[in-house]
Design a protein around this ligand. Structure first.
Ligand code: ZN
Length: 168
């Protein structure tokens, strides 16, 4: 009886061990994937993060064109570049979510919008910052406070046209 019980216990233990190994392997692979993903996210020079930034940049450039059509009568310059750039610093030394520079050219002006991926960790944050910067493009050259009454009117107009539907 004792021997049988021991045998049963050994068999049961072996089954648990076999099962345990399988589970352990799956867990290990999952853990490895999570660790590799985290390692790539933590390392700014990693190819995965680079390609993720590249994809986000492409999405934001498409979004710019779509926003231009939907909310700005397609009147913003079409050759504007939306570029992801870390550590955007303002004139006062503040960290910025985004920044815009437009330079006059023969056809009007050429603009670059920089968005800081660290300050826009979620895609919706980047989308909101992009709309903010597109209002700066729209009002580029206007004198006075860049976030003054005209800018507020631009943002309110975006809100009225449902530009923030999936963002806020
Ligand atoms: Zn601004």
């Amino acid at each position: 009886m004792t021997k049988d019980r021991t045998l049963i216990l050994i068999l049961f233990g072996a089954l648990v061990t076999v099962g345990g190994v399988c589970v352990h392997q799956d867990t290990t692979i999952t853990k490895q994937r999570v660790l590799i993903k985290k390692m790539y996210q933590d390392c700014p020079a990693s190819p995965v993060e680079k390609s993720a930034d590249k994809k986000l940049e492409e999405d934001l450039n498409r979004e710019y064109a779509q926003n231009n059509k939907n909310f700005f009568d397609d009147r913003l310059p079409k050759d504007t570049l939306v570029v992801l750039k870390k550590n955007l610093i303002g004139k006062n030394g503040d960290k910025l979510l985004g920044s815009t520079l437009c330079i006059p050219n023969q056809t009007g002006m050429h603009c670059t919008i920089w968005l800081d991926p660290d300050m826009n960790p979620a895609e919706v944050t980047a989308s909101l910052s992009l709309l903010h910067e597109q209002c700066h493009v729209r009002l580029w050259g206007n004198p006075g406070d860049p976030h003054g009454a005209s800018f507020q009117a631009c943002m309110l107009s975006l809100a009225l046209h449902d530009a923030f539907r999936d963002i806020w």
